[in-house]
Write a protein that binds this ligand. Structure first.
Ligand SMILES: *Cc1c(COP(=O)(O)O)cnc(C)c1O
Length: 353
């Protein structure tokens, strides 16, 4: 066995259902951008397809992959960038008038009626049409006969739990946009703004659709606990075990010298796979603390084991002296984030489904 991320599909489905219980009739968009937060976009999407209404990705490239591998639910491209490869089944985001005309002409050329969602800027200042441009946008839209605006959305720049006032401001701005758009538009629209944290902590924001990433993957980003389950375990294995005498060095850099006789295991996981990388920046004090009191990251038979010497690209050496460890034994690797885990780590989907 080489290293793998074992994805627990029933736990993922449980998390989806827990969110759905809250959001009621609102559509559920599964956010699978960034390789499904590291779990493997295509396979993950195929497993959850029947439990969700739509998918959200960042780019046309990701959308192409999903459609190519059999995703039939609508795929939203959340960033406001698309090109001539856009096709039926994809719902691009548009936040400027020039793209409206571009999309209209692409759909005319390709011979299908395209849907899109308008993104409005409510305070994050990354993407989105400004409120003042809405009138002009709606006028331009009337000239486009090959596309329909199916929805309008925005994105929270922080969580309700952390920056309540900022979130509230964004929310009010979005409600204002909703009002002026509905005055100009007779067809029903899907309005959406809630990510995981907003959906759980800020019920009003659920509207017609929720866009869920973190909660589906079992990451707690909200204040309220809704019984989310962990969805993955990172596993590696012991390749070999060696006896090392007191006074010998172990591994790269002569940074570890054995103070006693010991058993050292070679574990098939390393820096290249993503070991030791962290997604969150920690404070200097916390970094220093963890330098002297490292958090255990490797476990065999439920016992924490210590890496020795510098971490190699593909292997970790670890002290397994007190345990009875054999080649082939399973090692559980605790990682800060699976986002940093490379393709070298196989994704395995398990459970009864
Ligand atoms: C990533 C993303 C989400 C999902 O956010 P979570 O906090 O992971 O639920 C929702 N909407 C947009 C536009 C995103 O980019």
């Amino acid at each position: 066995m080489n290293s793998s991320i074992e994805v627990n599909v029933p736990h993922v489905i449980h998390n989806i259902q827990s969110v759905r219980k809250l959001s009621g009739d609102a559509l559920f968009m599964a956010i699978v951008k960034s390789n499904a937060y590291g779990l493997g976009m295509v396979e993950f999407s195929l497993y959850v397809q029947s439990s969700v209404d739509r998918f959200g990705v960042n780019s046309v490239d990701e959308a192409i992959q999903l459609l190519q591998y059999g995703i039939t639910k609508p795929v939203h491209i959340l960033a406001p960038y698309f090109d001539e490869r856009v096709r039926e089944g994809m719902i691009p985001t548009i936040d400027r008038i020039s793209d409206l005309y571009l999309y209209d002409s692409l759909c005319e050329k390709k011979g299908y009626h395209g849907l899109f969602h308008l993104k409005v800027n409510t305070g994050m200042n990354r993407f989105g049409l400004e409120v003042e441009q809405i009138d002009e946008f709606m006028k331009a839209l009337q000239e486009c006969s090959h596309i329909t605006m199916e929805g309008v959305f925005s994105h929270f720049g922080s969580t309700y739990g952390k920056h309540k006032r900022f979130t509230q401001k964004q929310w009010e701005k979005f409600m204002f946009c909703k009002e002026i758009i509905e005055m100009n538009y007779s067809q029903p629209l899907i309005f959406h703004i809630a990510n995981s944290a907003a959906c759980i902590d800020f019920p009003e924001s659920r509207l017609d659709m929720v866009r869920i990433g973190n909660a589906m993957y079992g990451f707690q980003s909200s204040k309220a606990q809704i019984g989310l389950l962990p969805t993955f375990t990172v596993k590696a294995s012991v390749k070999s075990v060696r006896f090392v005498s007191k006074g010998d060095y172990v591994g790269y850099g002569c940074t570890f010298k054995a103070k006693r006789n010991m058993w050292v295991a070679v574990i098939s996981f390393g820096g290249y796979d993503g070991f030791g990388l962290s997604r969150k920046r920690k404070s200097f004090l916390l970094e220093a603390y963890h330098h002297f009191f490292p958090k255990p990251k490797l476990f065999i038979q439920n016992q924490a084991i210590k890496p020795l010497g510098n971490i190699g690209m593909t292997y970790i050496l670890a002290d397994v002296s007190p345990l009875n460890v054999k080649p082939g034994n399973e090692v559980i690797v605790k990682v800060d984030s699976i986002l940093s885990l490379k393709e070298t780590v196989k994704r395995n989907y398990v459970g009864n489904y």
